[in-house]
Design a protein around this ligand. Structure first.
Ligand SMILES: C[S@@+](CC[C@H](N)C(=O)[O-])C[C@H]1O[C@@H](n2cnc3c(N)ncnc32)[C@H](O)[C@@H]1O
Length: 180
């Protein structure tokens, strides 16, 4: 197991980003220089909220938002920490994502967006294209488990650099860098 800061937090929180998949050593290399800069984090796919807690502890000044289509998961996540918000949204639907964005108080902007929801290529592509305008310059957009339906084999060209990381588990994460 890796001993970087994010992996230690991920193991404490119990997310499979640190256990089964071991994405966290790679994410730590990418993001450790952004700890002071990133203050708005969005993750699609909450489950037990383990990664929301991990991100909140990693970016300790950040506001962390989670989206999930399962209301019971959203209700549980709302109890986790005052800096963590959760909303029920179908992240595979541009209409549902746009409706949620429209309800937000001002133009919502994020520094880091992580898609760990359905892992379906059509959903991943829809979410990426819908949420991309809401990623700040200097931000990172991660599509996790991009191997499941081969998203990584034909990743949308967002006009910015991207990289593909294959974890020991065989899981693949595609990361887009907006203006950095
Ligand atoms: C892999 S789990 C998330 C794990 C969590 N991010 C972590 O690392 O601890 C996937 C979650 O995505 C949710 N999900 C699946 N399809 C979805 C969709 N279309 N829209 C929103 N949430 C979805 C599931 O309900 C489940 O809670």
């Amino acid at each position: 197991m890796s001993d970087d800061f994010l992996s230690r937090l991920g193991l404490e929180c119990g997310t499979d980003k640190a256990t089964w998949h071991e994405y966290t050593p790679f994410y730590d290399k990418l993001l450790s220089g952004k700890l002071a800069e990133y203050t708005k984090i969005l993750e699609l796919g909450i489950y037990r909220g383990e990664s929301l807690r991990m991100w909140q502890e990693y970016f300790d000044k950040a506001k962390v938002t989670g989206l999930d289509w399962d209301q019971s998961v959203v209700d549980a996540a709302r109890q986790l920490d005052p800096h963590i918000s959760a909303f029920q949204v179908d992240c595979g639907s541009a209409q549902a994502l746009n409706a949620w964005l429209t309800r937000a108080p001002a133009f919502p902007e994020f520094d880091l967006i992580v898609d760990d929801a359905s892992h379906k290529k059509a959903h991943q592509t829809t979410a990426l294209r819908t949420l991309w305008p809401h990623l700040n310059v200097g931000g990172t957009y991660i599509v996790e488990d991009a191997e499941v339906e081969g998203f990584h084999l034909d990743p949308p060209d967002m006009g910015v650099p991207h990289c593909v990381f294959r974890a020991k588990s065989g899981g693949v994460s595609v990361c887009y860098f907006k203006g950095w």
